[in-house]
Design a protein around this ligand. Structure first.
Ligand code: AMP
Ligand code: ZN
Length: 196
């Protein structure tokens, strides 16, 4: 993998999209019938191509919005709508616990809300950085992002240094005090928390 891709957080398995740079891949996937779960005039919900859990969806606005930083105060309603659509999809899987949120420093262009089940049972979940991106303050809950935009008119951004620190922090189970030495140990441990 190229150094630039490692620095920018590119996930292994991601390849350049037909339309150009890999970081624009979500824009292509918004039109991929194999990935689209549902859509309307405002949003598209797709399956994450490299899911980090049994259920992992991305909710994207149709309007071109590169990232959290580019959000304006008048887009609170859109963010709220994305959240509502995600919750409605979640309600269709009553047996599954989801979290809804944004990566503080995303690797992919076009704003996307992650909706991820809390089993983290997936072969694509491989690295400490994957884990920490969903299980530290790097993962910003949707409701907190909405509140921030409502109250401040902008979403407070995280510095790259602070982001790196979170991604590199020691592993810790999200359900108990277990602090594994490595990802294989964590993945083995996580199975204990799954009811099936
Ligand atoms: P991030 O930009 O860090 O919030 O995460 C981007 C997410 O998009 C990751 O969960 C990837 O697995 C996923 N992903 C990467 N490329 C694609 C693609 N072409 N289509 C759908 N999902 C993708
Ligand atoms: Zn645990």
């Amino acid at each position: 993998m190229a150094t630039a891709a490692v620095k920018s957080g590119k996930t292994s398995g991601q390849t350049s999209s037909k339309n150009g740079h890999w970081s624009k891949g979500l824009l292509a996937s918004m039109n991929d019938p194999n990935l689209i779960v549902e859509s309307d005039e405002h949003i598209v919900i797709i399956k994450d191509k490299y899911p980090k859990a049994r259920y992992h969806f991305l909710i994207l606005p149709r309007e071109k919005i590169p990232n959290l930083k580019s959000l304006k105060a008048n887009q609170v309603d859109l963010l709220q709508y994305m959240d509502e659509r995600a919750q409605l999809l979640g309600a269709r899987h009553p047996q599954v616990t989801f979290r809804y949120g944004y990566h503080a420093i995303p690797s992919m262009s076009q704003l996307h809300l992650h909706m991820i089940s809390q089993d983290f049972d997936s072969p694509c979940l491989k690295t400490k950085r994957h884990w920490n991106s969903f299980n530290t303050r790097y993962f910003l809950d949707s409701e907190d992002v909405i509140r921030c935009l409502k109250e401040r008119g902008t979403v407070i951004s995280m510095t790259p240094v602070a982001g790196e620190k979170l991604l590199e922090q020691p592993l810790r189970c999200h359900k108990c005090v277990y602090a594994p030495q490595n990802m294989p140990k964590l993945k083995q441990h996580l199975l204990k928390h799954i009811d099936n």
